[in-house]
Design a protein around this ligand. Structure first.
Ligand SMILES: [Zn+2]
Length: 271
């Protein structure tokens, strides 16, 4: 499987340069996996309609401040690689927040894999926060959902995982990492050269995962606002640290909004 890293949207959150300098600009990192049976996206970033009309992203976008740039959307990047939107057969979502699910509508024929808890949270929001973070316009086209139930107790690097996902290659696993949202998960992909774990929003900057590292103060504050279950979200950070301890080489962790990871991947700072 050939794997591309894509940035499918850039946010310049307001008021962060002083309070949360680590997050003064954030990418929306996604994976595009080329397989013999077509393309698989891990997270969809923002969509072309969001870029035309950012009011679709809700009041939260007044803070998140998404840059309207259709060229960053997954569909435009897929096209630049010489494919058509119909070549994307599957999309696996770490969760369904606006900055991860906005692009679903650009791939109406794709199967959309998501945990049962996340599907329920997005389509049956429980409170004002869930009603705001999930945008019903992102699901209005009627995605072809493939709902993933819980794991059967299998493990990957010591973490509970869901293997053998229907219709997906064996080298793709879901790793439940709830806390940021009710059904948030990581997505592990075997590149053939080692595993890549897309951690979604389970952490924001790698500094949080260093053994001696402390979550930078501003990032911790942001986490309190953005996570539906702060305690559980912090437990996931600790579990990811344990995963890194088990790594004997060949394991790569990425997070959606890590601008420093962006710089590593693309060899330039995020603008
Ligand atoms: Zn996010």
């Amino acid at each position: 499987m050939r794997i591309h890293y894509l940035n499918c949207g850039t946010m310049h959150p307001r008021f962060t340069s002083l309070i949360v300098p680590h997050m003064d600009r954030v990418p929306c990192l996604c994976l595009l996996v080329e397989t013999d049976d077509g393309l698989i996206l891990v997270d969809a970033g923002f969509g072309t309609q969001d870029m035309e009309d950012t009011s679709r992203l809700g009041a939260g976008n007044l803070i998140l401040n998404t840059r309207p740039d259709a060229e960053q959307t997954a569909v435009r990047q897929v096209e630049r690689l010489g494919y058509g939107r119909e070549d994307v057969r599957h999309i696996i979502c770490t969760h369904l927040d606006r900055d991860h699910a906005g692009g679903l509508g650009d791939f109406p024929h794709a199967r959309v894999h998501v945990t049962a808890d996340e599907h329920d949270a997005a389509l049956n929001p429980r409170d004002a926060r869930e009603r705001e973070r999930y945008r019903s316009c992102h699901f209005a086209h009627g995605p072809d959902w493939a709902i993933v139930e819980g794991s059967r107790g299998e493990e990957w690097y010591g973490l509970e995982c869901v293997r053998d996902l229907p219709e997906l290659p064996h080298g793709i696993l879901l790793i439940p990492l709830a806390g940021h949202t009710r059904g948030h998960c990581g997505v592990a992909v075997d590149s053939g050269d080692g595993w890549i774990l897309h951690c979604g929003d389970a952490y924001y900057v790698k500094e949080e995962l260093r053994e001696d590292g402390r979550t930078p103060l501003g990032v911790a504050g942001f986490r309190r606002i953005a996570h539906c279950d702060y305690k559980r979200a912090m437990e996931q950070v600790e579990r990811l640290k344990e995963v890194l301890k088990r790594d004997t080489g060949g394991l790569t962790l990425i997070a959606s909004h890590d601008q420093f990871e962006y710089r590593n991947l693309f060899g330039k700072p995020l603008d």
